[in-house]
Design a protein around this ligand. Structure first.
Ligand code: SAM
Length: 442
């Protein structure tokens, strides 16, 4: 595994180091972003592992605490663990937690493959010999609304196959093994092709029903994903604990809102994170519910979690006044075109104020926070999210080291796809680059 440790001056302050780091090539094109456990489950807008690796190697030391308040698929956490740091992460999304926990647990390839085949064999047997029991269980598992959702998006055969697999996974007693297979199960559903459901393009969070789709067998997809994951894992080196199915030490995952992390003040050495897009361009829950309903989540519960997403339309009680001039100027420009979108953007900036303020609180003095964000074009206005968040960062007491730019590799980073009639949508045009905001707590 290449190191990204640069020869920045050793005696430089964190501010100098961060300024230099932001001028480096942050594109990471031509690198393998699926090594270790990174390619195990699709997740929109996850960053290449080289990005957190670069900042972790250059801005922290072994055993330092690296924190990601919106960890998503856990890229920062995996890299921090791999590089011998203590990792802490928060996210409100149950699927994010499931994916990150699995990615942070070492697997023994041989034993895992054997277990996977046993699960599939038993599921096939159950489907053949005990179809009625599976049908009864399907009726028992979901409440009316959730059942209607499942019936709308999954054909009866795939429902039965998924349930048969799930029962095998639920019977596993080893927690690490179970987490791994839950994640494999989920990745048979959340896939670019729409997986085993009737949806198209689930991985981009824009499900669209294709009524005449002939979805693959869940058994076939499950084995495919299992082998894919174990091959990429075996190609390591992961740096994660080696076989024995133990979770990486020194990793703490919290299912809490990024604005109330519960961490002690001045306890973190480095923050690396990326918040959702300003205009809710990536609606995570819209896709994640396809998987989560199988793990006992009700559609209504998931709607409640969705409402807590940063930038979501629901009112959250955050303070939306006292925004910096930079934000107010953008909001005025946008309001002239679209007052509804301006109100939503105000909410996003307001919520990000509380999150950045919380980040400043938990960070140690003199240490860095790196915030990766894409901009958005709303009603023809480039809202320059990066400048807004940088100004908010300064407003809550950070020193701005600078804003780096990285060109996205469209082949790798999963962004909202072209959609509907508007083939060349504005959002797509803006999404060819993203910004890396460097902040230091003075
Ligand atoms: C752009 S993704 C992060 C991707 C991550 N960097 C990765 O590599 O996988 C943004 C994440 O923010 C999370 N999020 C949204 N609102 C949140 C909130 N209020 N508190 C904590 N996390 C939140 C979402 O669940 C999502 O996982």
């Amino acid at each position: 595994m290449d190191s990204y440790k640069s020869s920045f001056p050793n005696n430089g302050s964190c501010l100098n180091l961060l300024q230099e780091a932001l001028c480096a090539d942050l594109d990471f094109h031509g690198t393998n972003s699926k090594h270790a456990t990174h390619g195990w489950h699709p997740f929109p807008a996850k960053f290449p592992p080289q990005l957190p690796q670069f900042f972790i190697e250059n801005l922290s030391d072994e055993n330092d605490v690296v924190f990601d308040p919106m960890f998503g698929s856990g890229t920062t956490l995996v890299e921090a663990a791999r590089l011998g740091r203590r990792a802490i992460g928060c996210d409100i999304d149950p699927l994010a937690r499931m994916i990150a926990e699995a990615k942070l647990t070492a697997v023994s390839s041989v034993k895992t493959l054997e277990t996977g085949y046993k699960i599939v064999d038993a599921a096939k047997r159950d489907l053949c010999q005990d179809r009625e029991q599976l049908e009864q269980e399907l009726n028992r598992r979901f409440d009316t609304k959730t059942r209607a959702f499942v019936d709308y998006w999954f054909l009866p055969q795939q429902q039965l196959e998924l349930l048969a697999l799930l029962q095998g996974i639920e019977s596993l007693t080893q927690a690490g093994m179970r987490k791994f297979f839950e994640m494999v199960f989920s990745s048979t559903i959340i896939a670019k092709s729409g997986g085993v459901s009737l949806a198209r393009d689930l991985a981009h969070t824009r499900p669209h029903k294709v009524a005449d789709k002939n979805p693959n067998s869940a058994f076939v997809e499950f084995v495919k994903r299992l082998k894919h994951n174990l091959v990429s894992y075996a190609k390591g080196p992961t740096g994660l604990p080696q076989p024995g199915l133990t979770a990486a030490q020194n990793v703490e995952i919290r299912t809490v809102n990024a604005d109330k992390t519960g961490l002690p003040p001045s306890s973190v050495d480095l923050i690396i994170t990326s918040p959702p897009y300003a205009n809710n361009a990536i609606d995570y829950m819209r896709a994640h519910k396809f998987s989560l309903v199988w793990f006992g989540w009700k559609i209504d519960d998931l709607a409640g979690i969705r409402a807590q997403y940063l930038g979501h339309d629901a009112a959250t009680g955050a303070q939306f006044d006292c925004l910096p001039q930079q934000c107010e100027k953008t909001l005025t420009r946008l309001a002239e075109r679209d007052s509804k979108k301006a109100a939503a953007l105000r909410r996003y900036f307001g919520e990000m104020s509380t999150v950045l303020s919380e980040m400043r609180r938990v960070l140690k003095k003199g240490r860095a926070a790196v915030v990766v964000v894409g901009s958005s074009n709303l009603s023809g206005v480039d809202v320059e999210t990066q400048k807004g968040l940088a100004a908010i960062g300064e407003n809550v007491g950070f020193e701005l080291a600078g804003i780096g730019v990285r060109r996205l590799d469209r082949d790798k980073r999963m962004m909202p796809a072209r959609w509907g009639k508007e083939q060349r949508s504005q959002i797509e045009k803006r999404m060819h680059e993203e910004y890396v905001i460097g902040l230091v707590k003075p």
